[in-house]
Design a protein around this ligand. Structure first.
Ligand code: ZN
Length: 488
């Protein structure tokens, strides 16, 4: 790279950083707006509406409703290669309404959904970061395409496998995912598990449970027997496999033997083949349960995702920007709050993140899943973890929501947006970098053939969470942020 080229990159980055600084309060308002929307997967109408309107205003071409998801979107700016995609999620969790800024369990609306994994911050990082990068592209006349994906329903692992299946990543050269963390970091290697999630619905025949029980075909019995079959099978599962379930319908009243009962299972494993194999075994067990109870079983796959892997070349680009940008400067009261929360949540009390970890060898694969797994086998993918959560606090716990609209989240989100914008500028100005990333990706994938786990004809489960959200939204609406973020 010539000295002038590197000065140009430096100038673009400096301008992007000052744009983000200038808009710190708009970024915080965006993140807080989504926090109070607290929308469950596939019902993120307010969240996606706000995000897409901001992208519209920033000059992106926005396509709403991609792959049949009303709350999914793609926003594009620029033309030609490299095509750099950014994607993230913005859904909340059921029964996790939590007041931000208090170190105790205290719901905003008791029983209502709420963010407890910081996907509100993910959305703000993505939107602010891509707007900053787009401005830098326009100002410096950079070639290439910025492609922004809004991915609904991550908590149920729903949308991105559909986007990949439907060809939205066919022309993408590299992709970045942003996700909240307790630290500012990136890793490479296999990070998450593959998963297949499916509803098993048994169909039988009702009868009076006391007068003519012999006339019934009991669907709930089949659910129970499938459970017993899975329990026996656990002994023979490979040690790192997971299977967990909830019974979503088990009948209505004890005196009517249920003709319909549904159990929702998630099967996980370290590889796509492992998750697929476990799902197939679960399906055989369901057939056995149906046979024993004279019922029939129908299986509906809800989601099916590959394990997440991240690319070494991209991790190196991100790490350089992490080290250049650094952690936020935390105040005394912020660190004190973090310690109170860590104590209240019963985790190790270490305060807020103070150090940036070096990028060492491949990371250890962990057992959660994320539906960006499919993206990560289709194109090289990097992941930016940004420090908008208190370290050591587990997600899906009230503590995971307790800092999400606080100054800790605002500072961590701003830093995340800076790392994203800077990494995008590097990728858009470095064709050699992109070529190297593609090369390392090919070596990492080896001879693994990506084949979607998602059935080819599968349609998005659009009713997911609808009733819950319709029930809670009116009470939650009273807490919405009154101002609208504006980027200047
Ligand atoms: Zn998440």
């Amino acid at each position: 790279m010539t000295a002038t080229a590197s000065q140009d990159i430096g100038r673009s980055k400096t301008e992007a950083m000052s744009f983000l600084e200038r808009n710190a309060s708009a970024i915080a308002t965006l993140s807080d707006s989504l926090f109070y929307f607290g929308e469950l997967g596939l019902q993120e109408h307010e969240s996606a509406g706000l995000m897409t309107s901001l992208l519209d205003e920033a000059g992106f071409v926005v396509e709403r409703g991609i792959s049949g998801f009303p709350t999914g979107f793609r926003a594009t700016w620029g033309s030609g290669h490299p095509v750099i995609a950014v994607h993230t999620e913005y859904d909340a969790n059921p029964d996790n309404s939590q007041v931000s800024g208090v170190a105790e369990r205290k719901p905003i609306v008791p029983g209502a959904p709420g963010h407890c994994e910081g996907h509100n911050c993910n959305a703000a990082v993505m939107i602010a970061g891509v707007i900053a990068a787009r401005r830098a592209m326009a100002e410096a006349g950079l070639p290439g395409t910025l492609m922004v994906f809004g991915a609904p329903g991550e908590e149920q692992l729903v949308s991105r496998p559909y986007f990949v299946r439907d060809g939205y990543f066919d022309d993408v050269d590299a992709a970045l995912h942003v996700h909240i963390a307790g630290e500012l970091d990136t890793v490479y290697g296999l990070t998450h598990f593959a998963a297949v999630s499916a509803y098993f619905t048994f169909h039988g025949e009702t009868s009076h449970a006391s007068v003519t029980p012999w006339k019934a075909r009991d669907a709930l019995d089949a659910v129970v027997l499938m459970d017993m079959g899975m329990a026996q099978f656990r002994e023979h599962m490979e040690t790192d496999m997971r299977a967990h379930r909830v019974i979503t319908h088990g009948g209505d009243q004890p005196n009517t033997i249920p003709a319909k009962a549904t159990v929702w299972w998630t099967f996980r494993g370290p590889s796509a083949e492992a998750a697929r194999g476990l799902f197939e075994q679960g399906s055989r067990i369901s057939q056995g349960a149906a046979m024993m109870t004279n019922t029939e079983v129908s299986v509906e796959v809800m989601s099916a995702v590959w394990p997440v892997r991240t690319n070494q070349g991209l991790a190196e680009v991100i790490q350089r920007n992490i080290e250049a940008i650094g952690l936020p400067e935390w105040s005394g009261p912020e660190d004190q709050f973090a310690r109170q929360l860590q104590k209240a949540a019963g985790v190790s009390v270490s305060g807020l993140a103070r150090n940036i970890k070096p990028l060492t060898g491949p990371t250890r694969q962990r057992s959660p899943s994320n539906d960006c797994g499919d993206v990560s086998w289709k194109v090289p993918m990097g992941r930016i973890g940004f420090p908008a959560n208190v370290p050591n606090i587990a997600f899906h716990h009230w503590g995971g929501g307790a800092a999400l609209a606080s100054s800790i989240a605002h500072k961590g989100t701003l830093v995340g947006a800076k790392v994203l914008a800077a990494s995008l500028i590097d990728l858009l100005t470095g064709p050699a970098l992109v070529a190297r990333i593609k090369e390392t990706f090919a070596a990492e994938i080896g001879d693994v053939q990506y084949r979607p786990l998602l059935p080819p004809e599968q349609k998005p489960p659009l009713d997911l969470n609808r009733d819950l959200m319709e029930h809670w939204r009116p009470a939650m609406r009273e807490h919405y942020v009154k101002t609208r973020p504006r980027f200047v």
